[in-house]
Design a protein around this ligand. Structure first.
Ligand code: GRG
Length: 303
C-alpha cells in the first residue's frame, strides 16, 4: 500500500515539520560519512544541507506529489534532491567571490566554518549528488520519469534558470536594471527551482494537460511573490529572524522590487500575485488546500 504523507486537511505547520523530518532523514542517509579523507567534504555538505531552514522546496514537492497520490518514497527522493541543489546555491552565493556573507541560516556560512575551497567542493558535491538521487531506482520505477526529472531539474538549476539568474544578479551590481529585467532575473534565480518543485508531482504522476498547466501558473506567481517578500525582509526584517544579514541589497546598490516600487506597492503586488497563485489551484478543489496555505505563508513570513 502507498504510504500517505498527511491527510488532505493537514495544517501547514504539521506538514512542514513532516517534510523537514523526512527530507532531512534521507539527506542524512545519502550523506553518511565515508571512512576516507574525503569525509571532510561530506561534513561540509551535511553542515549546509542539514542546517535549519524552512525546507519550503521539499514541502512544495511533497504537496504537489500528494495531489496526484504519488508514493511517498518517490516524492521524498525529489524533495531531498531539490533541497541539495538549494543548499549548494546558498553555499556558492555566500562565497567571497559572490555575496561574501558570514552568516546563513543563523550560523557561520560554509566557507567560514570550513574554508573557501572546501565550500566550493561542498556545493559541487551537493549539486552532483542531487542528480544521483534523482537517477536512483527508488525515485521511480519508470526510467523515462527519472530522465524527465533529471532534465527538468537541470534546466531549472542551470544557465537558463538559477545560474543564469545569478549571473544577471551579479551584473545588476554595476548596471541598472528596469522592473522588467528584474522580474526576469528573479524568475530565473529563484522562480525556476520553485517551479520545478511545484511541477514535480505532475512529472512523477505522468500528469499533463490542465493540471500541469495549473501548477505551472501557481508556481510562476508564487515564485515572484516569494522574491518580493524576500526583498521586503531585506528592508524590514531582522537578522535574528532570517538568519543572515539584512540590508545587503541596498548596500550592494542593487535595484530590487522594493527599491523600484517602494514598500507599500511591493507589498500590494505580492498580495495580488498570491491571489492569482491561489486562483490557479481551483481545479484541484480541497486537495490543494496545503498549497494555498503555503502561498499565504510566503508573503506573511518573518524568515
Ligand atoms: C550560486 C548558482 C548560484 C545561485 C545562487 C538562490 C540563489 C542563487 C542565491 C540565494 C540568494 C538569495 C538570498 C536569494 C533570495 C531568495 C532565496 C533563494 C532565499 C533563500 O531561500 P529560503 O528563504 O532559505 O527558502 P531557507 O534557508 O529557508 O532554505
Amino acid at each position: 500500500m502507498t504510504q500517505t504523507l498527511w491527510p488532505d486537511a493537514v495544517a501547514l505547520a504539521d506538514a512542514s515539520a513532516i517534510a523537514t523530518d523526512l527530507t532531512d532523514a534521507l539527506i542524512e542517509r545519502v550523506l553518511a560519512l565515508p571512512p576516507g579523507l574525503e569525509a571532510r567534504v561530506y561534513e561540509a555538505m551535511r553542515y549546509s544541507a542539514l542546517a535549519p531552514g524552512k525546507r519550503m522546496r521539499p514541502l512544495l514537492v511533497l504537496a504537489s506529489a500528494r495531489l496526484f497520490g504519488v508514493a511517498r518514497n518517490s516524492a521524498l527522493q525529489v524533495a531531498a534532491a531539490i533541497e541539495m541543489v538549494h543548499a549548494y546555491s546558498l553555499i556558492h552565493d555566500d562565497l567571497p567571490a559572490m555575496d561574501n556573507s558570514d552568516l546563513r541560516r543563523g550560523r557561520p556560512t560554509c566557507h567560514k566554518a570550513f574554508d573557501d575551497a572546501t565550500a566550493v567542493l561542498a556545493g559541487d558535491g551537493l549539486l552532483t549528488m542531487a542528480f544521483e538521487v534523482l537517477a536512483h531506482a527508488d525515485t521511480h520505477g519508470d526510467p523515462s520519469v527519472r530522465c524527465a526529472l533529471v532534465a527538468a531539474l537541470a534546466s531549472a538549476a542551470g544557465a537558463a534558470g538559477m545560474v543564469g539568474g545569478q549571473m544577471i544578479d551579479l551584473i545588476a551590481e554595476t548596471q541598472p536594471l528596469d522592473i522588467g529585467a528584474i522580474t526576469r532575473l528573479q524568475r530565473m534565480k529563484t522562480g525556476a527551482l520553485i517551479a520545478f518543485a511545484c511541477e514535480s508531482g505532475a512529472i512523477l504522476a505522468k500528469a499533463a494537460g490542465e493540471q500541469r498547466t495549473a501548477l505551472r501558473g501557481y508556481a510562476h506567481d508564487l515564485g515572484l511573490a516569494f522574491q518580493i517578500a524576500d526583498d521586503l525582509l531585506d528592508v524590514e526584517g531582522s537578522a535574528a529572524d532570517i538568519g543572515k544579514p539584512v540590508g545587503a541589497d541596498a548596500a550592494a546598490g542593487k535595484a530590487t522590487f522594493v527599491s523600484i516600487l517602494g514598500v507599500e506597492r511591493a507589498r500590494a503586488q505580492a498580495g495580488l500575485l498570491i491571489d492569482q497563485a491561489v486562483a490557479h489551484l481551483d481545479l484541484f478543489e480541497q486537495k490543494a488546500e496545503l498549497l494555498r496555505q503555503v502561498a499565504r505563508f510566503v508573503i506573511n513570513r518573518s524568515s
